[in-house]
Design a protein. Structure first.
Length: 342
């Protein structure tokens, strides 16, 4: 007999790409009901296959929403209290029975402007957190029910390089973190401080440098639709952390050349790259993630880990499986900060 689908509802802010999209994918795949706030819902309707997003109408939704069996898209901005408050409501509930979602995942961030060494909105994360907390407070004052005293659980994605407990990035990356990324990191720091002092139940994730790899990029690689990038870049990055478990032939694929039956060098085919990607997935090599823990309330580091990078896909998957799926946050993550890296 199949297991019943999870009854909890998860809200997502900033899930149209990157870590947020990966977490949303993983959460939907496990059967959870999800609500996603997006300025342009068409981005998500274009991303998800028809089986996940069939635009089936449901009751209790106005024309700013589009609903499916498990995913509701709410049109709005993460700095708009009204829009965020709508996103925090369990879809389909009536005015007299409104309830707040069980968990909120926030992965909002600004677009980096290299020429100015800043982002398009230097306060996007800090203002987003203030808006989220204001929306939760408003709903509580309106008498909207919660499923428990520690809901909604707030899970946010921050960054390494801003710890008050010592260095958490490789020395080689310090110029990048303290120079080019100074402005967005200052914003993340304020966001963290606002959440930590809010009294809410939370978990903060600090990924190391995010690798630009996502499932849709892999799909394009399989069809050759990405202008010649057939997945080798990500595989080479992955290999840096897994060289000891790869065969000589597999390493040759990653180096983009291999040998034919006569021992001559030849270009690796896209089919060979894809086959290796599938093999690595099957062997769960994407799951070699190390975790360090900090207690921001006591201002102490419980365990340490330092690494160069992690893929957005893996960061989102780890976030969902460890911080969203558990009915109660594990003690080592509840009101703590988790640093994750390969």
């Amino acid at each position: 007999m199949p297991e019943p689908a999870p009854s909890r509802t998860i809200a997502f802010l900033g899930a149209s790409g990157g870590v947020g999209l990966a977490a949303l994918r993983r959460t939907l795949a496990d059967g959870y009901r999800c609500v996603a706030l997006c300025r342009d819902p068409s981005k998500l309707t274009a991303i998800f296959p028809e089986m996940d997003l069939n635009l089936e109408a449901q009751t209790g939704l106005d024309d700013t929403m589009a609903a499916t069996r498990r995913l509701t898209l709410v049109r709005g901005n993460a700095h708009d209290v009204d829009a965020v408050a709508r996103c925090l409501l369990v879809p389909g509930t009536t005015d007299g029975e409104r309830s707040i979602v069980d968990c909120v995942v926030s992965t909002i961030g600004g677009k980096f402007i290299l020429s100015k060494l800043t982002v398009d909105d230097p306060n996007v994360c800090a203002n987003g957190m203030a808006t989220l907390l204001a929306a939760i407070k408003r709903l509580r004052l309106e008498g909207v029910s919660c499923s428990g005293p520690s809901t909604p659980r707030i899970v946010v994605v921050s960054t390494t390089g801003i710890s008050k407990c010592g260095r958490d990035v490789p020395l080689a990356l310090l110029p990048l973190y303290h120079g080019m990324l100074r402005v967005p990191h200052a914003d993340k720091f304020v966001m963290e401080e606002t959440l930590v002092t809010s009294g809410e139940m939370f978990a903060i994730v600090r990924p190391s440098l995010l690798v630009d790899y996502e499932p849709e990029a892999e799909a394009k690689a399989a069809t050759g639709a990405n202008g010649g990038n057939d997945g080798r870049v990500f595989l080479k990055q992955l290999a840096e952390t897994n060289l000891s478990v790869m065969s000589k032939e597999e390493l040759e694929v990653l180096r983009m050349t291999t040998k034919d039956e006569h021992g001559r060098q030849r270009q690796t085919t896209k089919e060979e790259v894809k086959a290796l990607e599938d093999k690595l997935k099957k062997e769960h090599m994407y799951k070699n993630i190390r975790v360090g823990i900090e207690d921001p309330i006591a201002n102490k580091r419980i365990s340490s880990t330092v690494g160069y990078s992690i893929s957005r896909a893996d960061a989102g998957r780890w976030l969902a499986e460890n911080l969203v799926f558990p009915a109660e946050l594990p003690a080592n993550y509840a009101r703590h900060i988790a640093t994750i890296t390969y």
